[in-house]
Design a protein around this ligand. Structure first.
Ligand code: SAH
Length: 216
């Protein structure tokens, strides 16, 4: 795939749109400007890659809207070298944005076909992201604790395992609610025992599905 001047220009415009919508974190804006989102699209849908919209990626899932990716990334307040767990790899776009910001990214996906595709594709972009096939509700106890955790599917509740896997001072960003609408929520681990919850507005994600890793 080619990252032409045209694509780069479209990406600049996308960054402007996201900035106008209120994203201020320079590292996040730079990452959106850098990662070629059209590489994550099937060739027949390339023209949609730089619209600020979610888009189907197969297996009933979507690549999140760029604004949403930027909003969640900003809430993580990342600094270089931090260890981040993503639940819901999907296309891998969000994971690449986090890697571009300088995070060490661990990402879990429960749909085998999406996991397989990401395992094949992400290394070709030059990002070293550790990918796992499994149930994100459980997090990744073997690699915990994490500085930051991001959930990119709508969760009916906040899984205890994810809170347990945060370092003190760490932040979990998770959309919580019904299938129709979720509240973007941050949980900050203030100390071993204390957590602080904040809400940041309504979003709509595909659901975080429980307990089953799927082979198809
Ligand atoms: N971050 C993605 C968007 C993913 S959409 C991107 O940038 O493209 C949400 C993803 O969460 C879907 O791929 C879905 O299969 C996955 N998912 C849903 N429930 C899950 C679970 N329990 N564990 C891991 N992944 C899950």
């Amino acid at each position: 795939m080619i990252d032409s001047y045209k694509h780069q220009g479209l990406r600049k415009q996308l960054v402007d749109i996201i900035r106008e919508k209120g994203i201020t974190d320079c590292n996040v804006l730079a990452a959106i400007g850098k990662v070629p989102r059209h590489f994550f699209f099937d060739s027949s849908f390339l023209k949609y890659a730089y619209e600020d919209k979610a888009f189907p990626i197969g297996a009933g899932q979507t690549i999140s809207q760029p604004y949403t990716v930027a909003f969640q990334s900003q809430l993580l307040m990342l600094t270089r070298g931090q260890k981040v767990l993503e639940v819901g790899t999907g296309s891998g776009y969000q994971a690449c944005i986090l890697a571009e910001i300088g995070a060490k990214v661990f990402s879990i996906e429960r749909q085998k076909s999406l996991y397989d595709k990401a395992v094949q594709f992400l290394p070709s972009l030059g990002y070293r992201i550790k990918l796992f096939f499994g149930d994100g509700y459980k997090g990744l106890p073997a690699y915990a604790p994490f500085d930051k955790i991001i959930v990119t599917a709508g969760a009916p509740f906040i899984p205890d395992a994810l809170m347990d896997q945060l370092k003190p001072g760490g932040i979990l960003v998770i959309p919580v609610g019904s299938e129709d609408v979720q509240e973007m929520t941050t949980i900050t681990r203030i100390s071993e025992k204390d957590f602080q919850k904040r809400e940041h507005g309504k979003f709509r994600f595909v659901p975080l599905l429980e307990n089953k890793a799927r082979e198809k």
